[in-house]
Design a protein around this ligand. Sequence first.
Ligand SMILES: NC(=O)c1ccc[n+]([C@@H]2O[C@H](COP(=O)([O-])OP(=O)(O)OC[C@H]3O[C@@H](n4cnc5c(N)ncnc54)[C@H](OP(=O)(O)O)[C@@H]3O)[C@@H](O)[C@H]2O)c1
Length: 250
Amino acid sequence: MAKNRAWIIGASQSLGAHFATRMAAEGWAVTGLGRRPAAEAGLPAEVTYVQADLSVPETLDGLAEKLGDVPELVVYNAVRYPAQSEGPPPLGELEAVFRVNALAPYRLLLDLLGRPREHFCSCVVVNSDAMYHAREQNGVYSASKAALRVLTGTLAATCRGGDAAVSTLLVGPLADPQKLAGLRRVAEQRGVTEAEVVRAFLRKTNTNLVIDALIDFESCYQGLMHMARLGPVANGMMYRLDGGSSGGLV
Ligand SMILES: NC(=O)c1ccc[n+]([C@@H]2O[C@H](COP(=O)([O-])OP(=O)(O)OC[C@H]3O[C@@H](n4cnc5c(N)ncnc54)[C@H](OP(=O)(O)O)[C@@H]3O)[C@@H](O)[C@H]2O)c1
């Protein structure tokens, strides 16, 4: 029997690498895209890796065709966090952030959904709780994710009653290796448990959330698979995995 195919855009580390690795282990034919060279991605050999820089406008031309036939599942997980700089951020950096976080997924999925196919295609866009909060330090990132949310909605509108679904996996602070390493260092310095440091971190940095632990990758993967299994019912839906209370406690 032919394998189900998946594209994971932003697969070279962290959450995207977890998705690609898990899906390959579950028997999916996975194509992962990242910016770094294949040798630095550390993905299993059965994942087909494509190196491309989504911040370069020309990359998008024909990318949907280059990645192969329309798959059963597409996950847009890539993100560019704005580079920290002294003074106002250069315009080029702002453009690159919006390109990777909002314009590239819109254009890629628009191209993909315009192609003929004989099977259902689920598209899941990874978004962030940050889209609701423009804080001093993360306004550009938040704005790019809010733009992504609006564009995802318009893509879902084009799929209405059709053979594809576009949905959002909205996550909160992830248990990513970099964050975990930083929190572990703090716990060691203070002589307290990691769980205590995580709790204090979340209460300080995410006052709008009601979670005491970071969101683990496997829960994100289970949410992703749930949306993929729902098929057309998932169109336009948002699977929120962030400890948010939809405003009820804010
Ligand atoms: N981390 C969190 O706490 C958190 C919280 C809420 C939501 N999220 C969302 O969860 C998703 C994953 O976040 P993450 O923190 O795991 O991200 P990450 O570790 O920074 O990984 C981002 C991925 O996107 C790829 N990427 C970045 N710029 C690219 C470019 N110009 N061209 C091609 N690929 C590019 C990276 O490839 P290279 O590394 O090879 O450049 C990498 O594979 C994102 O959508 C993010 O907004 C994360």
